[in-house]
Design a protein around this ligand. Sequence first.
Ligand code: GCO
Ligand code: MG
Length: 407
Amino acid sequence: MRIVSAEVVVTSPGRNFVTLRITTEDGLSGLGDATLNGRELAVRAYLVEHVVPLLIGRDASAIEDTWQYLYRGAYWRRGPVTMAAIAAVDTALWDVKAKAAGMPLYQLLGGACRVGALAYGHASGRDLPELFDSIRAHLERGYRAIRVQTGVPGLGVVYGVAASVGGERYDYEPARRTALPVEEEWDTRAYLRHVPGVFEAVRAEFGPELPLLHDGHHRMTPVQAARLGKSLEPYDLFWLEDATPGEDQAALRLIRQHTTTPLAIGEVFNSVHDYQGLITERLIDYVRSAVTHTGGVTGMRRLLDFAGVYGIKSGIHGPTDISPVGMAAALHLDLAVHNFGIQEHMEHTARTLEVFRTSFTFADGLLHPSDAPGLGVELDDEMAGAFPYEAAYLPVNRLRDGTVHDW
Ligand code: GCO
Ligand code: MG
């Protein structure tokens, strides 16, 4: 089953997506997501200039060999651009293989371990009334686990808080179509003073059972994160995510020594090696990588199997900058791995779903990838062409004195 073509489609139905389509001599085609928020064209160039020429004529069924060929063969390993490009190839080849077998991908990965993947939605509010409305709206839509992000008194726009609440959508999209990145203002001490009271109020209003998550988005020092983890213990979080910047892995050791709040990290990681110490020392509870940024189904499976040996579970990254193709790949893995934890879910816009025809479903708080052969997602080229690329940037965050801070 030789590969005869590989094309990269960049489309922007409200936000940018990079998709690879691989077609074989038998006329089968597969899709892979290569979207890297705010740096989309770098992955496009990597694929078009350096990967597509190597794919033509290769055996589409040799997935592991192709993964190693692109990873070890490039000499320059890891990094988000390389690993997103490898992810797109890998995911597209799994899509092809599953279509050739006439099976949904999760069957090829070993079959379903559960009826669906528990999903968490993103609730947020600038103040408590807005936040409560947002949580209620998510519960009405069927969510059984909820991420809680809150405004902070005295600060303007805060990460993870929807610009308007009460309308049709509550999701938060950090990339904005501006000539330069938007600059936000941040004060960690104000945040630390405010957040425990918010969780106390949410527990008082919604009771002890609802799983609650929170994302610190890399903004704290290890000591600050340890303090937040401790102060949130009474509110029984499902996880505290990205408490400190991911590249400083030793920081997690300090946080772990001070709190029993479960920890999740890894959305900016791109290989199993980024987690080696975190997993073997059991410093985290959930791995947060995206299939799209971690070398695809093959890279993610390797990571999850390694994590599983240490009792660490999955929490696959699923914001709207993961395309429906990347999301579908995550859902097939969610069903097939034993150490599933939870799946992040931000619904894509109606316009995005006109470009990407999905078959996955959300009901009673659970996501299911569907039983369509392959990933179960098709790309409508005509619709994709109607939405050309538009530059968009993630924000830059500054402390009150102007110092650039982690965002
Ligand atoms: C999350 C993430 C996202 C990122 C985004 C950056 O937990 O979903 O923090 O919201 O900010 O993916 O591109
Ligand atoms: Mg996050």
